[in-house]
Design a protein around this ligand. Structure first.
Ligand code: SAM
Length: 244
């Protein structure tokens, strides 16, 4: 499969033309050394791909003529949202990157009782995670630019997660319901995955999650690290949702 160079652009075509500017222009012109006549894919980050031909290459503007536009072909069938408790050190960088590769649409970081990392200022962290999401989305060819939201409380995360058609609470102490059984009736169009920190969930948090309407599910008999669990959970949901 020939993977054409791919760029996210914020604007829509004007008179059949899209222009790469700033970092995009530098990457196209100086790094990839693209020339007029070559093909590129420009993506609006909201599910539409524009197949283009480069018309002109300047230092800070690469003009692309739109030849065709179509829905991006690289998105999962379901809209996946990961609700992730703040882990220690820079594990969230890794989790964000892997979740984007695995097709997540939104990431909602939250603070729960057992989160060891409790930064009072998280704006800069969220900005960094959003940059990591952009790079990962470019690398794997996403059609949507996933959004990393501001940090919320556990309660807010659980209540938001419960809005999805398939709302999964990955609980390390769950012994009855495995993910396989929980998804035996299929996967809804919107899926929430709620994952805890290194210290897991406090009993009252587990009760709140279930009362909020989340389904408590197990990822098996072993305890996965907080950076392994979202990867395993996302891969299993993708499989169950017919994406693999
Ligand atoms: N401190 C907890 C303990 O020792 O039981 C482990 C928490 S685990 C490191 C971090 C998170 O990954 C959990 O809160 C849960 O969301 C998820 N997780 C890990 N293993 C799991 C499993 N076997 N079933 C369901 N969720 C799991």
């Amino acid at each position: 499969m020939i993977v054409m160079p791919r760029f996210f652009v914020a604007e829509q075509p004007e008179n059949g033309v899209l222009t790469l500017r700033g970092d995009n222009a530098h990457h196209a012109g100086r790094v990839l050394r693209l020339h007029p006549g070559e093909s590129v894919t420009l993506c609006d980050g909201k599910g539409t791909d524009f197949d283009c031909t480069i018309e002109t290459v300047e230092k800070d503007a690469v003009v692309c003529r739109v030849q065709d536009s179509h829905p991006a072909e690289t998105e999962p069938r379901q809209q996946l949202t990961l609700f992730m408790a703040l882990p220690k050190s820079d594990k969230m960088d890794f989790i964000v990157q892997k979740a984007v590769e695995l097709g997540v649409r939104e990431i909602v970081p939250y603070l729960s009782k057992n989160c060891v990392s409790r930064p009072d200022k998280t704006e800069k962290k969220v900005e960094r995670w959003q940059k990591i999401a952009l790079e990962a989305a470019k690398q794997c060819g996403r059609g949507y630019l996933p959004v990393v939201h501001a940090v919320v409380s556990f309660e807010q995360a659980a209540e938001q997660a419960a809005q999805s058609q398939t709302a999964l609470f990955f609980y390390e102490n769950e012994r009855q319901t495995g993910l396989h059984d929980a998804l035996s009736d299929g996967v809804g169009e919107t899926v929430s995955l709620l994952i805890g920190p290194e210290g897991g969930f406090a009993p009252e948090e587990a009760a709140f999650a279930v009362q909020s309407g989340l389904k408590s599910v197990s990822l098996g008999t072993r305890i996965l690290r907080c950076e392994t669990a979202p990867i395993a959970a996302l891969a299993a949901v993708l499989y169950a949702g017919g994406n693999m």
